[in-house]
Design a protein around this ligand. Structure first.
Ligand code: ADP
Ligand code: GLC
Length: 473
C-alpha cells in the first residue's frame, strides 16, 4: 500500500470551477483499486468547511500567513480529506479564485502558499498520517515541492499540469511574505520573466512532472503551447509523463444518472434530443442539435464558433450552449442567440443541465485552441453525443476522426479538425450535418463512441506505477 497526499485547490463534488475538480475528486477512488491510499488536502472555503463539520483538528498554527489556522481531518463525499481552516484566507464570499468583480483575489499567492505549507507539514507526519509521495495539482500546489526540498523533507513529489496558462504569478516584493528564499529568484529557480511563478517553483523542484494527456505532454515542449515554460519542460522531458484523464463513470452513467431521468423513458437518442430541444426552447428540426458545455475563455475557441455559426445553421444545424466566464464572450453569445433562431444559450453554471445536454445532444463541440485533456468530449462519448473537436492535446488523444478509413472499419467516434481556424471548424460542422443525415453511419458512430473506454482504470494504474517507481528509487 502506497500513501499519497494530493494537494488541490478544488475537488468535486465539494467545490468546482473546472475539470481539475473532477480529476481531484475521482482519482482517490480509482487509486483505491490500485492499492494506493490517497488523501486530499483542500482549502477551507465555506462550502468545504460545511462538509467537514464533523471533522477533528489534527494540527494548528497560531499564525499562518496572517492569521490562525487549523488542519481538520474528515471523511466527506467519499473522500479522505485534510482541510486547511484559515478564515483570513478562505472564508470569503465570491469565487474561490476571483472576487465579486471577477478579479483575482490580490492575496492568491499567499492563500495557496499557506495550503502548500500545510501540505509540507502533513508530509512530515505532523497530522498523524505519513504519506510516501506528495502530489500537487497546478500552480496552487507549486510551493509544495519547493517547501519539501527547502526544508530537507525527503518525500518524493509529483506535479501535475492541468493548464499551463495559469502560472501563479506574484511580485518579487512578495518573496519574503511567501516564505521563499530570495536566492532562488533566478532562472534556475522560480524567476519567470522578471516575476515569481509559483508553478515554476513546482516544476523546477518536483521529482516528476505529469500532465493530463500524452499529446499535451509533447505540445508543452514547444513554444506554441509551452507558454514560456517550454525550455524548462524540455529540459525535464525525461521526468515528464502524459497520463490521460478519465471520468467518473458512476456519476456519468447514462443508465442510472438521475439528472436525465425524464429522458430515459424515450429509450432513444432522438427522443432525448427532442426533449432537450423543448427544455432549451429550440424549434423542432430534422438537423443535428449540437451542444457546448464550457467555461467561456479564450482557450475554448468559442469566439471562432460564433463566426462559424451562420454556415452551420444554414445547413440545418442547431446549437445549445451552457457556459459562463469571460464577460465579453458571454455578451457575444447573448447577441448571437438574439440574432439566430437556431441558437439557445444558458449563461450560468448548472451541473444537472450539463448532464442533460450530453444526453440530449447529437454532438458536442469542443473547438479549443489548446486543451490539456478536456472532459466534455469524454462525457459526449459516454452519452452518445458525437464529439467535434480541435486536433489539440487530449481532444486529439481521445477522439477518432471519421475519415474514410475510420468509417469503413467502423472505428470512428467523432470529427477532428485543425485548431484556431473558422474555416476548418465550419467544414467540420458541415461534415457533421452530412454524417447526421446518413442514419446508418451516424448511429454506428454513436454506438462506437459509447463503447469507447473513458473510465479511470488504465490511467489510475499509470499513476500507481509512477508512485511505486518514485518510492522504490
Ligand atoms: P476545463 O477544466 O478547462 O474547464 P474540462 O473539459 O476539463 O475543461 O472540464 C470542465 C468541467 O466543468 C466539466 O466537468 C464540465 O462539464 C464542467 N462545466 C464547464 N462549464 C460548465 C457549466 N457552465 N455548467 C456546468 N458544468 C460546466
Ligand atoms: C484543465 C484543462 C482541461 C483538463 C482539466 C483537468 O482545466 O483545461 O483540459 O481536462 O484541467 O485535468
Amino acid at each position: 500500500m502506497i500513501r499519497v497526499l494530493s494537494v488541490a485547490s478544488e475537488c468535486a463534488p465539494l467545490v468546482k470551477t473546472g475539470g481539475l475538480a473532477d480529476v481531484a475528486g475521482a482519482l482517490p477512488q480509482a487509486l483505491g483499486r490500485q492499492d494506493v491510499e490517497m488523501r486530499t488536502l483542500l482549502p477551507g472555503y465555506p462550502a468545504v468547511m460545511k462538509a467537514v463539520e464533523a471533522g477533528r483538528e489534527v494540527y494548528s498554527w497560531s499564525e499562518l500567513y496572517g492569521g490562525p489556522a487549523r488542519l481538520i481531518a474528515a471523511e466527506a463525499a467519499g473522500l479522505s480529506l485534510f482541510v486547511l481552516e484559515a478564515a483570513h484566507l478562505f472564508d470569503r464570499s465570491g469565487g474561490i479564485y476571483l472576487d465579486g468583480d471577477g478579479e483575482d483575489w490580490s492575496d492568491n499567492p499567499e492563500r495557496f502558499a499557506a495550503l502548500c505549507r500545510a501540505g509540507a507539514e502533513i508530509c512530515c507526519g505532523s497530522a498523524g498520517w505519513q504519506p510516501d509521495v506528495a502530489h500537487g495539482h497546478d500552480w496552487q500546489a507549486g510551493l509544495l515541492p519547493y517547501f519539501l526540498k527547502k526544508d530537507g523533507i525527503t518525500l518524493p513529489s509529483v506535479m501535475t499540469i492541468h493548464n499551463i496558462a495559469f502560472a501563479g504569478m506574484a511580485e518579487p516584493s512578495h518573496i519574503h511574505r511567501l516564505g521563499m528564499d530570495p536566492a532562488d529568484f533566478q532562472m534556475d529557480g522560480y524567476e519567470f520573466w522578471g516575476r515569481v511563478s509559483l508553478l515554476k517553483a513546482g516544476l523546477y523542484w518536483c521529482d516528476r512532472i505529469t500532465t493530463v494527456s500524452p499529446r499535451y505532454a509533447r505540445e508543452l515542449t514547444t513554444p506554441a503551447f509551452g507558454m514560456g515554460f517550454e525550455g524548462l519542460i524540455s529540459a525535464r522531458r525525461g521526468d515528464l509523463t502524459g497520463i490521460l484523464n478519465g471520468i467518473d463513470t458512476d456519476a456519468w452513467d447514462p443508465a442510472t444518472d438521475t439528472a436525465i431521468q425524464q429522458f430515459r423513458s424515450f429509450r432513444s437518442k432522438s427522443g432525448a434530443v427532442r426533449a432537450l430541444r423543448e427544455e432549451v426552447g429550440l424549434p423542432p428540426s430534422n438537423g443535428p442539435l449540437a451542444v457546448v458545455v464550457s467555461r467561456l475563455s479564450e482557450q475554448k475557441g468559442l469566439d471562432l464558433l460564433i463566426e462559424a455559426l451562420p454556415e452551420y445553421l444554414e445547413a440545418g444545424g442547431q446549437l445549445a450552449l451552457l457556459g459562463a466566464g469571460n464577460r465579453s464572450l458571454e455578451n457575444a453569445w447573448r447577441e448571437a442567440a438574439e440574432r439566430h433562431q437556431g441558437v439557445s444559450i444558458n449563461i450560468g453554471y448548472e451541473e444537472a443541465l450539463s448532464h442533460r445536454m450530453m444526453a440530449g445532444g447529437d454532438a458536442v463541440l469542443v473547438p479549443s485552441r489548446f486543451e490539456p485533456c478536456g472532459l466534455t468530449q469524454l462525457y459526449g462519448l459516454r452519452y452518445g453525443a458525437i464529439p467535434v473537436v480541435a486536433r489539440v492535446g487530449g481532444l486529439a488523444d481521445t477522439v477518432i476522426d471519421a475519415n474514410d478509413a475510420a468509417l469503413r472499419t467502423g472505428v470512428a467516434t467523432g470529427i477532428v479538425h485543425s485548431p484556431d481556424s473558422v474555416e476548418a471548424l465550419s467544414l467540420a460542422l458541415i461534415r457533421m450535418v452530412e454524417l447526421h443525415a446518413s442514419p446508418d453511419l451516424w448511429s454506428r458512430m454513436g454506438r462506437t463512441a459509447m463503447r469507447h473506454p473513458v473510465g479511470w482504470d488504465v490511467s489510475a494504474g499509470e499513476y500507481a506505477d509512477l508512485y511505486r517507481d518514485l518510492v522504490s528509487t
